[in-house]
Design a protein around this ligand. Sequence first.
Ligand code: PRP
Ligand code: HPA
Length: 181
Amino acid sequence: MNISLHDKRFEPYIKEVAIQNRVNAIAEQISDDYKGKRPLFISMLNGAFWFTADLLRNIVGEFEVSFVKFKSYHGTQSSGEVVQSLGLDIDVKDRDIVVLEDIIDTGGTLKVFLEVLSQHNPGSVKIASLLIKPGALKYPIKADYVGFEIPNDFIVGYGLDYDGLGRNLRDIYVIENSSGS
Ligand SMILES: O=P(O)(O)OC[C@H]1O[C@H](OP(=O)(O)OP(=O)(O)O)[C@H](O)[C@@H]1O
Ligand code: HPA
């Protein structure tokens, strides 16, 4: 069923069960890759909160988690300016870091955060993103764990919002009349 948020209409795109299957598969892979280590997950608020909660519930083994907060989107467009409003509160020096994102779009948010992170000398850094729009990337960000590669269309649900609304949708929806490219 299509839905309305503010002035826009959205149609169903990725079902909850498909999302959960991919999140569980990524959790299994990360658990294997970090066996015997104690990775530090750094989750990018707000959007990655949902992905983070579901992913970390399924990680086997010891880990720690911390949150940072960046904002660049207004409406359906990246503002091009990435503002940090909550910073690192844990020592990342020599730690194995896994950065958690809900979506990599232009890559601008991660570009800024990875620069901040590298100044604190982490041991290793990998990126897990539920979604990536390869056609929208403006910066050469490479994700190590990806749930879905999607076209350059605006989506909502499972943490992703349109001007604050839609984060609680269990499925992911795409804007109506999207290009699909
Ligand atoms: O690759 P980019 O073009 O930088 O876009 C990706 C970022 O945009 C969204 O955050 P947003 O700025 O909307 O903040 P939010 O997580 O609080 O919704 C999303 O959660 C990513 O962090
Ligand atoms: O497609 C999107 N939807 C919601 N938020 C976003 N932030 C980056 N891309 C998106």
